[in-house]
Design a binder for this molecule. Structure first.
Ligand code: ADP
Ligand code: UDP
Length: 236
């Protein structure tokens, strides 16, 4: 496999073609943004941590029967993944109230739900990723009925697996965002990343925030929090 030209630069990652049309290389950056790009900064070492954490999670999910885009980690910041057509939905699962849920519905953070919730945002930066339901997604032809059903099934499975695993490491999985993609044969796989950028992680004893909220809310100790997650997951 040979890395070729850059085809995309996003807020947190760059994507490169390879000599294999079915594979791309993603490169994780230290750049951090929040509030739809309004707040910008860098988190030293974040790219390395998110690359390793995301691959660790995806390897585990694969073992549990969740198909992912992961192929091979090739350096500290770079991973070969199956090139997919991204379904333009941000799939958000919540176990505990926080963030936009608390704001929108006027409830405190930290309410533990009896059942996890699922919601979709239309992945469209110009529109500010508006919240939509599955009927809207169908109307907008973002995915088929069958694909939406599969995405929901996989998203809840990811939650079950990650929630139990993280709790064993003393971490509460509050909420997270997933993206899914289509392989050339139409199979839906988990894509993008699973990291402290895209999940809320709270220490299960102290409720200390160990994720990007430390950056969003200027809480300090941002790098320490990312390092702590990597240490608990991978022991270094
Ligand atoms: P954003 O585009 O939101 O700024 P990133 O900086 O993370 O986000 O950029 C990575 C881009 O690559 C995202 O648009 C994501 O949807 C896309 N992507 C993730 N996994 C794959 C994949 N396996 N194949 C193709 N594109 C992918
Ligand atoms: N999230 C994300 N990307 C987004 C929006 C949300 O990764 O563009 C994640 C976020 O890190 C959190 C979860 O999805 O773990 C729910 O986010 P929320 O809707 O509460 O929005 P926020 O508070 O981040 O504005």
């Amino acid at each position: 496999m040979e890395k070729r030209e850059q085809i995309y630069e996003g807020k947190a990652k760059k994507v490169f073609n390879t000599d294999d049309p079915n594979l791309v290389v993603v490169e994780y950056k230290d750049d951090a943004t929040a509030f739809n790009g309004l707040k910008k900064g860098t988190i030293a070492g974040k790219g390395v941590i998110n690359n390793r954490v995301s691959n660790h999670m995806m390897r585990m999910l694969e073992k549990e029967g969740v198909p992912t885009h992961l192929v091979e980690e090739i350096s500290e910041r770079e991973t070969v993944v199956k090139k997919v057509q991204i379904v333009p939905l941000e799939v958000i699962i919540r176990n505990i109230s926080a963030g936009s849920f608390s704001k929108k519905y006027g409830v405190e953070e930290g309410i533990v739900f009896d059942e996890p919730t699922i919601e979709f945002s239309y992945k469209n930066d110009d529109l500010g990723d508006p919240l939509i339901n599955s009927y809207h997604a169908l109307a907008l032809k973002l995915a088929t009925k069958e694909e939406i059903a599969r995405i929901k099934e996989l998203a809840f499975k990811v939650n079950d697996v990650m929630k139990a695993y993280l709790l064993s490491l003393g971490i509460k999985l509050v909420d997270f965002k997933l993206e899914f993609g289509r392989l050339p044969d139409g199979t839906i796989v988990l894509a993008d990343e699973i990291s402290p950028d895209t999940c809320r992680f709270w220490d299960s004893e102290t409720n200390e925030k160990l994720d990007k909220d430390r950056f969003r809310r200027d809480l300090g100790g941002v790098e320490d929090a990312y390092n702590e997650i990597m240490r608990r997951l991978m022991g270094d």
